[in-house]
Design a protein around this ligand. Structure first.
Ligand code: SAM
Length: 247
């Protein structure tokens, strides 16, 4: 919920719009029910519903919650736009697992037709999916879904991360696990660090893209001997990373 919906003077929270619809129509909430309200950044409260109106609810703050479900390492999932609604799945599952940010991008073998006119609406929809998944996972923060990057823009953006891995199914040297361990040992991976994991489209990355990525500071990594679908790769990378960091 936006900060302005937390009212300090009255110790209440107001719930409006889609959130109110979800609460009243979908969850069928009642007066007296307790709910958790989060500002998506750094505050979560337990609140008791005191007013239920058409399209609007008020809840009285009962308790400040201090639970922290966020991973100490910030993982950014850079995903070459997949076909159909796979990006939705990637955002939903990636948010549940703990990704901090999603960076959709276009690469040479991106199959999906990119329509810049529909971009704002689509990003808005993806952001909404991230919000709903964060709520369901009881996360404190909603991951940000960036606008679609060009390949060049992505290479540039990746320089802001402490570590950048590009998942390449033809990589026969570097496996993800030793790459994680090395990043740990060299201080690039740990609380507050940013890790970017890039995944290619259905047709994969070209050799030239891998070369360009390596020149831009990425390490090419394998996720194992089996070829994963594009929507599976990011989840595997994310899960392996959190397994290794203990999160
Ligand atoms: N044709 C399938 C599809 O339609 O989804 C497989 C696509 S695979 C080429 C898509 C991306 O997943 C690759 O560009 C790579 O980033 C990642 N990937 C899949 N399997 C991988 C593996 N074993 N190691 C590293 N990356 C992998």
């Amino acid at each position: 919920l936006p900060l302005e919906q937390f009212h300090e003077a009255t110790r209440t929270v107001t719930i409006e719009g889609d959130d109110a619809h979800h609460l009243i129509r979908v969850m069928r909430a009642d007066i007296g029910d307790k709910i958790i309200c989060s500002n998506g950044v750094d505050r979560e409260v337990l609140a008791r519903i005191s007013v239920l109106d058409k399209g609007h609810a008020t809840a009285e703050i009962v308790e400040e919650l201090t639970m922290d479900a966020e991973a100490a390492v910030q993982v950014w999932i850079a995903q070459s736009l997949p076909k159909g609604d796979k990006m939705e799945l990637i955002i939903q599952k990636g948010t549940e697992i703990g990704a901090a940010r999603f960076l959709p991008f276009l690469s040479e073998r991106t199959i999906v037709q990119y329509d810049a006119k529909k971009e704002a609406k689509r990003t808005e929809r993806w952001q909404k999916i991230a919000k709903e998944a964060a709520e369901q996972a009881h996360r404190n923060r909603v991951p940000h879904v960036d606008s679609v990057y060009s390949w060049k823009q992505l290479l540039q953006r990746a320089k802001e991360a402490d570590v950048a891995w590009i998942c390449y199914e033809k990589e026969d040297g570097q496996q993800l696990k030793p790459a994680i361990q090395e990043a740990h040992a060299t201080g690039k991976l740990g609380p507050g660090k940013q890790v970017l994991i890039a995944v290619g489209p259905e047709g994969g990355f070209t050799e030239q893209e891998i070369k360009q990525a390596e020149e831009a500071g990425f390490t090419s990594v394998s996720l194992g001997a089996r070829i994963l679908r594009t929507e599976t790769a990011a989840m595997v990378g994310l899960t392996c990373l959190f397994y290794e960091t203990g999160e």
